[in-house]
Design a protein around this ligand. Structure first.
Ligand code: TXA
Ligand code: MG
Length: 317
């Protein structure tokens, strides 16, 4: 829609937009982000839809400062040290969610961990401080396109989005990501801060994330999993109730007695916004009652593609 200079009026308008569940283009020192209120499930569903991603990748949550971050996730000694050294800046830390974490599960794709970053860009800082809410912000490009380093790049790719203009991103590539879920940190993504600098700060070398097979052998199961996996067995494309089944419904045709419904009206954005929360709830119930979870068919268009991708992975576990 428009490239907005970062005036006080435009910052206020963007805060209002975000509080109402809207999306904005946000300048950061790494790349421009497509920002949504990380506590608002339907805003996050709209974000995934706008990026047209065929799956739900967990997103990075952006905060104004370390104190805010500490309220959302649990910082161990390594995370504290890295945040003190590199925040604000192009380093993302993956930490366990705190018990009362306000971030919606859709932001972290159902995981019990959270990727947190405190951006250095003055416009991102000004917006986060005024908004007083955490922002989920993946790069502001449709899936498969180049990450934007100028407001014009975003405007060309996402013409319906208002973008705060913060000039050219100085770093120009995404943040580096360090996993801090255990005492020993893990290098998850190379980006704006060099591995050498991170290792120099800590005084020891950091390993890459071991591949999946290794990971299950070496680490506590699921600790570093990139996808949330339900414990109960999951069966797809079923429409009927069974004694040993909790049915996750979709749409108006769900039978009475379905344990939950992703969207009674058949709205895929609503279904996306409910997916992880309802899966978590049903999983706990299914385990307690020794049942499996059955899921009604979800149409394979729009956000349905990402929903089905997630459900297919969950069913394959
Ligand atoms: O520089 C950046 O980090 C940019 C700007 C806009 O800040 N943002 C960005 O966000 O790249 P995003 O949401 O696209 O990054 C998502 C990546 C995932 O693909 C995954 O690698 C990692 O962050 N990630 C997020 N949550 C995670 C988690 N709980 N565990 C492990 N990795 C996670
Ligand atoms: Mg990206």
């Amino acid at each position: 829609m428009a490239i907005l200079p970062p005036t006080p009026q435009n910052l206020s308008a963007c805060c209002d937009r975000l509080k109402a569940g809207g999306l904005i283009g946000l300048p950061t020192e790494t790349v421009y982000g497509l920002a949504a209120d990380a506590t608002n499930a339907s805003a996050l569903a709209a974000l995934y839809a706008t990026k047209a991603r065929p799956n739900f990748n967990p997103l990075i949550t952006h905060v104004a400062d370390l104190e805010t971050a500490r309220g959302l996730g649990r910082f161990n000694a390594v995370a504290e040290k890295l945040a003190a050294a590199f925040w604000p800046g192009p380093l993302t830390l993956v930490v366990p969610r705190s018990a009362d974490c306000a971030i919606d599960l859709l932001a972290s794709a159902g995981l019990d961990s959270l990727a947190l970053r405190c951006p250095a860009h003055p416009v991102a800082q000004a917006l986060l401080q005024q908004l007083q809410k955490p922002l989920a912000a993946p790069s502001a490009n449709p899936s498969g396109r180049l990450s934007p380093s100028r407001a014009e790049h975003v405007a060309n790719m996402l013409p319906d989005i208002d973008i705060l203009d913060g000039g050219a991103s100085t770093v120009g590539l995404e943040s580096s990501i360090v996993g801090c879920l255990q005492e020993t940190p893990v290098w998850l993504r190379s980006g704006g801060i060099s591995r050498h600098d991170v290792e120099a700060c800590l005084g020891f070398k950091i390993d890459d994330l071991p591949d999946e097979a290794d990971a299950t052998a070496k680490l506590a199961p699921g600790r570093l999993a990139r996808h949330y996996a339900p414990k109960a067995k999951l069966v797809l494309n079923v429409n009927t109730l069974e004694d040993d089944r909790l049915l996750l419904g979709f749409g108006a045709d769900a039978p009475h007695g379905a344990a939950a419904n992703l969207s009674p009206s058949g709205d895929l954005a609503e279904a996306a916004s409910q997916l992880f929360a309802q899966l978590h709830d049903l999983d706990a119930m299914a385990v307690a009652q020794n049942k499996h979870i059955g899921v009604m068919p979800i149409p394979q268009h729009g956000l349905g593609e990402a929903i089905n991708d997630r459900l297919t992975r969950a069913a394959a576990n």
